[in-house]
Design a protein around this ligand. Structure first.
Ligand code: FAD
Length: 472
């Protein structure tokens, strides 16, 4: 079957450009875990229950009569928004702890989305807390709001830290606006973002010194302190202990760097006990290459082949300074990796058959995933020019081994051929049983968004669409 701007390569034979891995044909498909939505719902239920528990003491300790005056209502609103803000801050840090149970149940993309949404709510709650409390106290003391702020800063314990924490949060909220975020260098934005741990520390004291529900010893205060300790423990476990264990166990090093095209390289890694690496095709890790000038940056890349017990491979497209620099990695370079993360795996499928859609370097997790899905998948690979098609021979070989139909859809997104192919009708024409398949989609954000719209219009249920956008 041939279409304008494409050629079909279904069930062609060939050999991989790099041999030595186990044959894809013998990789058994993983049992579907089908835990995506259920896992998400369970985590959501726990988080909502936590929010109820956080504000319950206020509810129980605040009689209706005490809210008769405007001043009392304002200070009460200050207290309740303070409790909500304190709780949401803990949730934010927990979501960033990389705790495996959260990564498995939610997936990194979902966690990132929640983190962004909760971040906005947290900022609103903090600003409301500051405004209500200041106005309420100012009315109570018959002072102006500014004068009251001065009194709080001067006379109240830990209040300077609390104001600084609110300021940092406002700054983080500002840099979270998409246009500002994308204008900043990623590393600057990321390091600014790490100051949210400081917010946790700076905001801690004033809650216990002045919080109506927390300053008295008792079960509420103890529960709140335990919640802080648990979140801190999750952070240490997910961010320090697990990565340390992983890297001591596997001791990864660069074995070779191979050019795949004019702007893409594959980095082969070796290490110890790679047969015990718990890596599913489609997952990613955050990689640090331990040389002067590189060690301080961790960048996410998805291995472009499923685990084979002997080597790992990253296939990296040059888009900026760091990726350009990776072309010069010397064999033997030590590598520090954190992960694996992500639910873009065969274990999260809901159907027996799959359609994989990759755009550009988005082929990397798709290529690995293909090895672990049951035979009979279909793959659509979208690329601007034939030179942008990566791992071509390998894909043809895999197509043969896994009885997969592969379509290369080549051309600019303005060309009528590819546009037609990626439309709901075009997709249905290529894969008539589209709605009966899980769809795994990875590529640039624009392609992903447009394709999700086309898939939805073609009738594919949202729960069958699995996304990886290469954006965290
Ligand atoms: C889950 C995931 C898996 C990925 N897998 C692959 C892959 O297999 N192959 C591949 O070629 N690319 C992959 N990427 C994209 C890759 O991480 C970026 O292209 C790379 O980090 C860009 O770094 P740079 O300094 O060269 O470019 P820059 O010009 O600095 O960055 C380009 C864009 O990449 C993103 N980015 C930059 N640095 C980071 C960072 N440290 N962490 C997260 N995002 C960052 C930002 O959105 C930035 O706007 C993946 C991204 C994600 C999120």
């Amino acid at each position: 079957m041939t279409y304008p701007g494409t050629h079909a390569a279904g069930r062609r034979s060939g050999t991989p450009s790099r041999s030595g891995g186990r044959s894809a044909a013998v990789v058994p498909p993983r049992v579907p875990a089908r835990r995506g939505p259920a896992g998400r719902r369970a985590v959501l239920a726990v988080l909502w229950a936590g929010l109820v528990l956080a504000v319950l003491p206020w509810w129980l300790q605040t009689p209706d009569e005490s809210l008769r005056t405007t001043t009392a209502t304002l200070t009460a609103a200050g207290r309740i928004t303070g409790l909500v803000a304190g709780y949401l801050l803990l949730v934010q840090v927990l979501l960033m702890s990389r705790l495996p149970v959260l990564e498995r149940r939610l997936g990194t993309e979902q966690i990132t989305r929640w983190h962004r949404d909760i971040g906005v709510t947290l900022l609103v709650a903090v600003l409301a807390h500051v405004s209500f409390t200041l106005t309420g106290y100012a009315r109570l003391q018959r002072q102006s709001v500014l004068a009251e702020a001065g009194i709080l800063l001067r006379d109240y314990e830990d209040m300077v830290g609390a104001f600084v924490a609110a300021g940092i949060l406002a700054l983080l909220g500002f840099t979270g606006v998409r246009a500002i975020r994308t204008a900043l260098p990623y590393e600057l934005w990321h390091h600014l973002h790490l100051s949210s741990y400081l917010v946790l520390l700076l905001g801690f004291g004033h809650q216990f010194a002045h919080g109506q529900q927390l300053f008295r010893p008792g079960p509420v205060r103890t529960g709140w302190i335990v919640a802080y300790l648990l979140v801190a423990a999750a952070l240490v476990w997910g961010r320090l202990v697990l990565p340390l264990r992983f890297n001591l166990r596997h001791d990864l090093r660069v074995a070779d760097v191979v050019a795949e095209s004019r702007d893409t390289v594959s980095i082969y890694l070796t290490g110890r006990r790679l047969d015990r690496l718990d890596l599913a095709g489609g997952q990613f890790l955050r990689w640090r290459f331990l040389t002067a000038g590189r060690w301080w940056q961790a960048h996410p890349f998805s291995p472009s082949a499923a685990g084979n017990g002997r080597w790992l491979r990253l296939t990296v497209k040059v888009v900026g300074r760091h990726t350009a620099d990776l072309r010069n990695l010397a064999p033997g370079t030590r590598v520090w990796a954190e992960g694996p993360s992500g639910t873009f795996t065969a274990a999260h499928r809901t159907r027996d058959r799959a359609l994989l859609i990759a755009g550009g370097s988005g082929i990397t997790p798709i290529r690995a995933l293909l090895e672990e899905l049951p035979p009979g998948a279909a793959l659509i690979y979208r690329a601007r020019t034939p030179d942008d098609v990566l791992l071509h021979r390998e894909l043809d070989w895999l197509a043969e081994a896994r009885q997969t139909d592969v379509w290369y859809v080549i051309g600019s997104r303005h060309d009528p051929g590819p546009r037609q192919m990626m439309s709901p009708e075009g997709l249905r024409q290529l894969v008539p049983d589209l709605t009966e398949r899980d769809v795994w989609l990875c590529g640039p954000p624009g392609l992903v968004e447009a394709t999700v719209r086309a898939l939805r219009r073609a009738g594919v249920p949202r729960r069958q669409i699995h996304l990886a956008t290469f954006e965290l």
